[in-house]
Write a protein that binds this ligand. Structure first.
Ligand code: 13P
Length: 261
């Protein structure tokens, strides 16, 4: 049975002075049976958020990690530095790809490093608008998955609890969401890609999240799709009212799937 996951990606928002209160407020307002909750603050707030969440069943994630274990990489953060601070990590976010030149090959190396460190990866994939308008969104996402996952051990990635997040670039921060049917179709396509990569039954067991302008208003339709297992939330994840309603919706999905008991 795949879990229902709601993951907050705060991106480059909040400061250590306010992140703890925000995390605590969100945690207290999103307690819903059967839903796995993750908050991914900026690196500098990981410790604050971890401390704020003591006693709450909310995991802390990093938004990125470097692929090398240590060395002369000014400004970067290694998996060893995240020990005790984060248990999840977002990898290959489209903003990392677009603004920091991350390639599928690099993201694959980060996956290896994250898994070796016992971090649970959220691997992000998604097409730009021109790809969707040209009808090649599935081919683009398939190539991203292949580029990051080909040759890697599906069993090890499954044991690490890998989650795939489908985030169409044109839907991120734009207020424009993929239709629930399009999100579901891509989740199915992602699992088909995993099968083609030799993942076998691990493909069906891999959670696929949707991300891109998720709000309380649209999450219900998206989570109503049996192939979609949760959401990666940007802008709305900074708003406790939104997160409370998103979690409530996720709880309905969890109950419907028999996860809530
Ligand atoms: P928005 O929810 O702000 O569109 O961001 C989505 C996202 O990129 C989450 O990783």
């Amino acid at each position: 049975m795949r879990p229902i996951v709601i993951a907050a990606n705060w991106k480059m928002n909040t400061t250590p002075a306010d992140a703890g209160d925000l995390a605590r407020t969100i945690a207290s307002r999103t307690r819903v049976a059967g839903v796995t909750r993750v908050i991914c603050p900026p690196y500098v707030s990981l410790a604050t958020v971890r401390d704020a969440l003591v006693g709450e069943d909310v995991a802390v994630g990093a938004q990125n990690v470097h692929h090398e274990p240590a060395g002369a990489y000014t400004g970067e953060v290694s998996t060893a530095m995240l020990a005790g601070l984060a248990t999840w990590v977002i990898l290959g976010h489209s903003e990392r790809r677009a603004y920091f030149g991350e390639t599928d090959a690099l993201i694959g190396k980060k996956l290896d490093r994250a898994v070796a460190a016992g971090l649970r990866p959220i691997l992000c994939v998604g097409e730009v608008l021109a790809d969707r308008e040209a009808g090649r969104e599935i081919a683009v996402v398939d190539a991203q998955l292949r580029g990051a996952l080909d040759g890697r051990d599906a069993a090890a990635l499954a044991a690490a609890g890998i989650v795939i997040a489908y985030e169409p670039v044109w839907a991120i921060g734009t207020g424009r969401t993929a239709s629930a049917a399009d999100a579901a179709a891509m989740a199915d396509a992602i699992r088909a890609s995993l099968v083609a990569l030799g993942w076998g039954s691990v493909a069906e067991a891999t959670p696929v999240l949707y991300g891109g302008s998720v709000t309380a208003a649209n999450v219900g339709d998206i989570l109503g799709q049996p192939s979609v297992d949760g959401a990666l939330i940007g802008g709305a994840s900074l708003k406790p009212d939104e997160m409370a309603a998103i979690a409530a919706s996720a709880g309905i999905t969890a109950a419907a799937r028999g996860l809530a008991s």
